[in-house]
Design a protein around this ligand. Sequence first.
Ligand SMILES: [Zn+2]
Length: 489
Amino acid sequence: MVRALGSADWEETTGGDRGTAYQNKVLDLGTYQTHAVRAALDRMPRLLCHSMERIVFVDADIQIGDTSERGTLGIVYNDQPATVYISASGEVDTASENHLDESVPANQGTFARVIRRILHEAVHTAGNLLESQTEGYDGDQAWASGAQSYAAKVIKNMRLMTGFDDEWERLHESFVESSCKSLGESHWVCSLGPGGMNLAGDYDPVLAKEIGEEADQEAHRLGFSTAYGARNPFEDLAEVASAALAADLYSEQGVDVGGYVIKASPRLDACWRLNQEAGPGIPAAVAALFTKLAFARDAKFVPESEFEICAGEIRHQHNGRGYFSYKDNELSKEYKVNVKADIGPSANVLDLYRSFRFRAEGPTQVGSTPVTGQIMLKLDVALKLEGLDAASWPRGAYLIETDSGFFGNQFWFVVPENRAATFYATKAVVMVTGSSDEIVEGTVFVVSGWRPWAPLPVPQVGLPAKATFRAVEAETSDGPVVDDPAAGN
Ligand SMILES: [Zn+2]
């Protein structure tokens, strides 16, 4: 339940160490401010509505620690994890009534910015709510029981019981670690299309302080929604999700808000960047952005419809469940039988990891003989000794680099009727772009393989350059694997 506080509610805003900074500075909402709050609420999915308990407009600069920061429009404090403060002070471009009069064309950009900023802050409160339902959270439980139980369900669905914030940061880092930027320009990862996987960079407060289109475009190249999102993981999430929730405010034809048509000039955020690419398929240059947007969808920050508008033409080429390989962007093979995904321990007793396993079968041929082919994908997701709850669904980028196919991340193509045709990938990249109990989906780029049971073991040639996989109703298990090819099929 969201409440907009007014001047009589000052005492509710004095928690924590901000002292009297906002004393007598809390505003009663004016007509245009009310429009802006309503427009933001209209765009909030259930998680955000549950998470934002209070919104307060103050006639003061935003207090950050002991200092006040001009130009910062809103904030959520750690010790008040469900309260959003919006600054309505200053001469230009603020959330004051004067600057929100949307009938003045020059103000329309400000109006859109304030709506987006409220959404941005609500993403922070929603992130706080989700984190509050994970192990080890020791902050304030600021939310109603209904909000907490809803968030607990989201956390369980994504298997993030050991930490929401950490997983979001790990997602970004997986692209950094798998990019040719960190592996070196001569690494085979750089052979994956134009620029290879050179798309991710470190969180960079310096870049975050730069303002303007060039800084935002540099941020996109590094995998962030905006330069501001490059500041730290929490700003990154708030920027990605609020971009999708506010995307309609930047549409060419404008949007009706409280009886006025808002026309704001486009903003160079994640949605803008994704809409620059032609689809379908997921180009490496926007893989990190797309995966983050899908994470925001899976975590219920962004509804499916807004996700699709923001992603534009960027999407998986196939909506069915199974494994689909492509040649020159045309579907060449489908494996849609016995599709299964789970998390379990490896059959290899020497393997220290608990793994995500995907498998699917389908008709193919060896030479001119029709046979059944089995796809098997294994991605390590947690150490065995950490227990089943520590094993989340896979997300982000995974490298397969194996000389034996016995350890680590693996990709196998198994032909039970003709063992010599079986191969494992020696070099591949797997990008998992969406994952929850309902769906795990991603793209596989197999670069090279090896046929260990050929009469003379030989490199596999003519591999599908790209494939997508999609499983539904994934499950977890503590039971042993009986059909692991590496265990001797
Ligand atoms: Zn923020």
